[in-house]
Design a protein around this ligand. Structure first.
Ligand SMILES: NC(=O)c1ccc[n+]([C@@H]2O[C@H](COP(=O)([O-])OP(=O)(O)OC[C@H]3O[C@@H](n4cnc5c(N)ncnc54)[C@H](OP(=O)(O)O)[C@@H]3O)[C@@H](O)[C@H]2O)c1
Length: 330
């Protein structure tokens, strides 16, 4: 089968090569047992793959390896009792090996892909939307009627978080850095959009009537203290990632003064040993797809080649991506 490998740790411009590899077997997984073999039609590209080309992500397989955490495609074979059958359209999370014509995914991270979503949207579903649900609901305890401030709001996690928050009956305020990203955040459903280079903290306080209930932060960096200041009494700041590069530090007296919380949300490490939680989140997101609240925004798609994947990674690395970036595999 055709696949794209990371062959060295020289960065997104130069680390990718095409390879002709044997197809994986159903037991070729990072988790025990047999998985679902998927004929891949679309592969999602995300920030972790950029980091993996530099050896900077927490998952560090020896080179060469096939990256790609999530795909859409059709089931070729599935374990007994999985509820999946050959030919079913699915969104799947192989964790690695997704930049390939065939991938293998744990059954508890493989979900039927509803007709409402096309294959590219299927490749945009699991990482961002499960992270959004996990961060907002499981970790952040979001409830209907609350107000959420979403950083990096035109990105993959950001657009997903806006849609999940709106689907749950919350109000979403988006923080973005450009006109084009403002357009994307509004398309995702943001009620209000503020600019990261402007007076966003004051604007967020005003728009929320005194302070937001929850900040969802995949960006980190120097906006962290202002995020804490934008919270209402009892508000929560959920830490999701650090695209700005630096890892913020908290002066904990700020938490005491306004009775606020900083909460970590690491989706992958938490859910990998909890199949039932994955199924539960998948079912809840299924309801939001059915209601029309969840419609993944695919900002760019590229051909399935080393050059195409390189362009995809460079777009993300250069802060140019909006929504999800996808490779068209088959
Ligand atoms: N905790 C978890 O379980 C989990 C799960 C999935 C992803 N993540 C992490 O979440 C983060 C976001 O992922 P994503 O897929 O949403 O990424 P993305 O689509 O590339 O979006 C990231 C956003 O970060 C903002 N940003 C600010 N400073 C930046 C910089 N110096 N370089 C690049 N972007 C910058 C950009 O928005 P503006 O230009 O508008 O500021 C950009 O839209 C990543 O760190 C990823 O590893 C964590």
């Amino acid at each position: 089968m055709k696949a794209i490998q990371i062959v060295d740790l020289s960065g997104p411009d130069t680390a990718l090569r095409e390879a002709d590899l044997p197809e994986p077997e159903a037991s070729h997984m990072l988790t025990p047992g047999s998985g679902v073999l998927v004929d891949v039609t679309a592969a999602g590209v995300s920030f972790p793959e950029v980091l993996q080309t530099r050896g900077e992500y927490q998952v560090k397989p020896p080179v060469p390896f096939v990256p790609g955490s999530e795909v859409a495609g059709t089931v070729r074979s599935a374990p007994e009792g999985s509820g999946l059958a050959p030919g079913d359209r699915v969104a799947a999370f192989p964790m690695l090996g997704g930049f390939a014509e065939v991938a293998v995914s744990p059954e508890f991270l493989t979900f039927p892909l509803p007709d409402e979503l096309d294959d590219r949207q299927g490749a945009a579903l699991i990482l961002n939307y499960h992270t959004a649900w996990f961060s907002l609901v499981v970790r952040g305890r979001l409830t209907a009627g609350e107000t959420v401030l979403v950083h990096g709001a035109a990105g993959g996690v950001g657009t997903a978080s806006i849609q999940v928050a709106k689907g749950l009956g919350a109000k979403a305020i988006a923080v973005v850095s450009s006109d084009e990203k403002e357009r994307v955040a509004r398309e995702a459903g943001a009620d209000e959009v503020v600019r990261s280079d402007g007076e966003w903290r004051e604007e967020a306080k005003e728009l929320s009537g005194g302070g937001v209930d929850l900040v969802l932060d995949p960006v980190g960096g120097d906006r962290f203290t202002d995020s804490l200041r934008s919270l209402a009494e009892g508000g929560r700041l959920v830490v999701v990632g650090f695209t700005a590069g630096s890892i913020p530090e908290v002066k904990v007296n700020r938490l005491l003064l306004n009775n606020t919380e900083v909460i970590g949300a690491g989706w992958g490490a938490y859910v990998i040993s909890k199949p039932d939680l994955n199924r539960e989140i998948g079912a809840e997101l299924g309801k939001l797809i059915a209601s029309g609240a969840v419609r993944p925004l695919v900002g760019a798609s590229f051909p399935f080649s080393a050059d195409g994947a390189t362009e995809a990674l460079k777009l993300i690395d250069g802060r140019g991506a909006t929504g999800k970036v996808v490779l068209d595999v088959g």
